[in-house]
Ligand binder design. Sequence first.
Ligand code: CTP
Length: 415
Amino acid sequence: MGGDVSSSAALNGKRLVLAVTGSIAAYKAVGVLRALQTQGATVSVIMTRGATKFMTPLTFEVLSGRRVVTDLFEAHEAMPHLTMAEDADAVLVAPATANVLAKAALGLADDVLTTMLLNVRCPVIVAPAMDGEMWTHPTVVQHVDVLRARGVIVLDPEVGPLASGRVAQGRLPAEEKVLEAVHAVVCPQTDWRGQRVLVSAGPTQEPLDPVRFLSNRSSGKMGYAIAEAVRARGGDVVLVTGPSALRPPSGVTAVHVNTASEMADALSQHFASCSVLIMAAAVADFRPRVTASGKLKKQGKSEMELVLEATPDILTMLSARRTSQVVVGFAAETEQVLSHAIDKLRGKGLDLIVANDVSHVGGGFGSDDNAAVILSATGEQRVFGLMPKRQLADEILNAVRDLCFMAPRGASLVE
Ligand code: CTP
């Protein structure tokens, strides 16, 4: 994250363009505008024609104290699409419709906003709002991917009740999330600049036959949150991910794998060029000894025995191979969390381990939140109650920075 989002002067001296487009969530842009101003930002507002059907330009004009631009061909200002964004620190499109995402991805320029988006050189943050069916439509997915690959920060809409009456992912992200994104862009924290970080995430799938596999409940959320946090703090990320429904964050190199063995290969390939490994993946410990080439048949059997063999322990293998890398592991436990975590910290030769109780109500697999204890090889402990995984990701990075980058490693619990 950037600076202190709650600080009243955090955006002092920053110039922002707020673009409001034609979604029912346009009324929420008033709250976003007020919050940005409260923190000291000077905000100019652009509205698309669709936005003016939901809100009047006068509302934004009075609140921003500046003329609201709605038309590319307004007679009294030459080329507003060029002048407005010229010295902006960021452009925030909130709410952004599927139509605007599509036009921006394709480079169309048929109004003042889309024309400006082709001209800006400052960071662009987009906060979409639309019906859930639209957000998951393959065309929208494709346009979001194109924009993210181009460096545009596209926030994920939130799940909740929508104007259509449905409950789905499509709500404008909460005001604080939008503000957090603005902060990260205009007051970036850069303490991870220069670090190249290898992050693993998600489950692995170990095939039994062409249609069945053994896997676990990992969603990938923790690893993806870490990848996003490293990126936001100036580091480079290679994200090696098992199957996950999540989209890799902007600016991250994603490598998709299925099995533990593929994950081991991908991580081995990138390990030497990285300065830190954060192993958040839930790697299968065992896989079927034999993968059938055809679908296994019942053939009237009432039971079936499955012979499993151990997968390679990737962390142990890579930490033995390290030169100067910091190596961080996770310990997913359901009992005696700390003592098991310390055993793994020692046994796998780690610098830090993030221990979490996966039986904890409200945290762990699949949840947006997590509670954890971070233990270092030098004996330090940091305890965190239930918090969003994105926030815990920042705490993990703080711990690596304070306990590993700053402190000499070696004198440790690890013999
Ligand atoms: N890990 C790994 N390779 C494996 C299994 C686990 O690199 N084959 C890593 C995980 O990514 C995690 C750490 O080791 O960072 C601990 O994983 P966890 O599942 O908690 O423990 P295990 O070592 O698998 O031991 P157990 O399942 O007995 O608790």
